[in-house]
Ligand binder design. Structure first.
Ligand SMILES: Cc1cc2nc3c(=O)[nH]c(=O)nc-3n(C[C@H](O)[C@H](O)[C@H](O)COP(=O)(O)OP(=O)(O)OC[C@H]3O[C@@H](n4cnc5c(N)ncnc54)[C@H](O)[C@@H]3O)c2cc1C
Length: 448
């Protein structure tokens, strides 16, 4: 059966379902085409849980266990003191689908085989059907990436285990020469061991033997697992961090891991997948309103920025461990991350430029203030439009807060905050003690 839809979302993980629900809330008809896959256990922070609730994914949030105590060490420093929630992905992904259904998202539980562009539409093929849509959001996870740029090659081997019911929920992080171990215990008799490494020779001996050999080098994890019994077979998960470099095409938008898959060491994969939903939703709505080029630019710059920031952090974390443990794994992974160059800084100081921005759940082109610190531009502070404020202050030759607040219909505190921001970035002279009016040095030579 062929269908015609405005928006099709491909995938059934957090990025797909949070995007589908956000678009439903904004009044769009959405068809989700996806099959749940994940059987793993993962850890999330309190702020990820907060994002799930913000997106209205209550069943998914309720399925999360914990919080548990986070223990272990990194680069010789104790990481205890934080907490981490334990996510059984099979249960969590089922709850996500329940949230989508409750939100009125239409679900087609089929595997996407391929999609293609047909004129102004995208045709998404499943084994039995196809769907024509104006917008396709590809949220099928890291395996959907095309032409990725990669960080260090990583593989995670995982094993579910039966352990005593201690009532203690905890996660443990322990570095070893070949990589790092993450152990999660739900206190109800389930533990999950994950060992992330490079392509170790021991992998050729089978996953069981590989795990056995590496656990033997992790004394704390081995102690936690004393007496544990493996349940089911171990699984291997591709864990290489990667950035999809194939540009989005008109009406095709990538979300979550399909756009950028982070190093699992960050523990931020789910958080970033959920955080991307606002941008993805804005891209869908912007495209439906007739824009494309600014959207493609916004999405590409957003993921490139996240790739650089996360690589910088990873270089730091891997470098910390490499200092204490200078094995080839740590030294090479740290070097690989260091080789990911940050974008060259924007020459000169702050200036006004046109950039795509997210405005009321829609991406559109706006005048923004670009600075070396904010290369993608800032267009509002406290809901005050910065370029318009600057235009007004120059034209009126004033730095009077009350006057600006009247002109922009905002509280004086918001006008003062926006003016302070312009002043901090060298676009405005600081106001005198009384705010004052009168001539002030024009930064017009900084403006385009
Ligand atoms: C080893 C490892 C450990 C990790 N640990 C953590 C952690 O502790 N904390 C954390 O926050 N993140 C962790 N992550 C990252 C986290 O899994 C992802 O970042 C997050 O799930 C991304 O969500 P997503 O919706 O983009 O993709 P996914 O969760 O991968 O969802 C993709 C969905 O698309 C479906 N799908 C795939 N192909 C098709 C198809 N052809 N047709 C239809 N549907 C399809 C899949 O079945 C799945 O439902 C880890 C990742 C790895 C590899």
């Amino acid at each position: 059966m062929a269908l015609r839809k405005e928006i099709a979302i491909l995938g059934a993980g957090p990025a797909a379902i949070a995007t589908a629900c956000a678009l439903r809330r904004l009044g769009h008809e959405v068809l989700l085409i996806g099959v749940p896959r994940n059987t793993a256990v993962e850890g999330v922070s309190q702020r990820t849980l907060g994002l799930l609730r913000e997106h209205g994914l209550a069943a998914a949030a309720d399925s999360v266990g914990g919080p548990g105590e986070r223990v272990g060490s990194w680069g010789g420093i104790d990481v205890a003191g934080n907490s981490e929630y334990v996510v059984q992905r099979a249960e969590f992904d089922r709850a996500l689908l329940a949230d989508a259904a409750a939100m009125g998202v239409r679900i087609c539980a089929e595997r996407v085989v391929r999609y293609e562009r047909l004129g102004a539409l995208w045709r998404v093929h499943t084994k039995r059907n196809y769907v024509d849509c104006r917008v396709a959001v590809d949220a099928r996870g890291r395996r959907a990436q095309r032409s990725p740029r990669r960080g260090p090659a990583l593989i995670a081997v995982c094993q579910r285990l039966c352990t005593p019911r201690t009532g203690r929920v905890f996660t443990r992080l322990e570095a070893i020469a070949q990589g790092w171990c993450w152990l999660a215990a739900d206190g109800r008799g389930m533990s999950w061991l994950q060992i992330t490494s490079g392509r170790e020779p021991s992998l050729r001996l089978g996953l069981d033997e590989h795990l056995r050999r590496l656990v033997a080098t992790a004394p704390q994890v081995a102690a936690d697992l004393s007496g544990a019994i493996a349940t089911g077979a171990p699984i291997a998960r591709a864990a290489t961090p990667s950035l999809c470099t194939r540009p989005d095409e008109p009406g095709l938008i990538r979300a979550g891991d399909a756009a950028i898959a982070l190093d699992p060491l960050s523990g931020q994969g789910m958080y970033e997948a959920l955080r991307s939903v606002v941008a993805v939703t804005g891209a869908v709505r912007g495209y439906l309103s007739g824009y494309w080029d600014p959207i493609a630019k916004f999405m590409a710059e957003r993921t490139a920025e996240l790739w650089q920031q996360s690589s910088l952090k990873a270089a730091h974390h891997y470098g910390q461990e490499a200092q204490k443990n200078p094995s080839p794994f740590w030294s090479e992974a740290a070097a690989r991350y260091r080789a990911i160059q940050p974008a060259p800084p924007i020459p000169g100081g702050a200036r006004i430029d046109w950039r795509p921005v997210l405005n009321s759940a829609r991406i559109e082109l706006r005048r923004v203030v670009v600075t070396p610190q904010f290369p993608r531009g800032v267009w509002q502070v406290d809901a005050v439009d910065l370029p318009k404020l600057l235009d007004f202050l120059h034209a009126a030759r004033t730095t009077d807060v009350a006057c600006a607040a009247r002109r922009f219909g905002c509280p004086p505190a918001a006008a003062a905050h926006a003016m302070q921001w312009l002043s901090d970035h060298g676009l405005l002279e600081p106001a005198g003690p009384a705010g004052g009016t009168g001539p002030h040095g024009s930064p017009a030579d900084r403006l385009d």
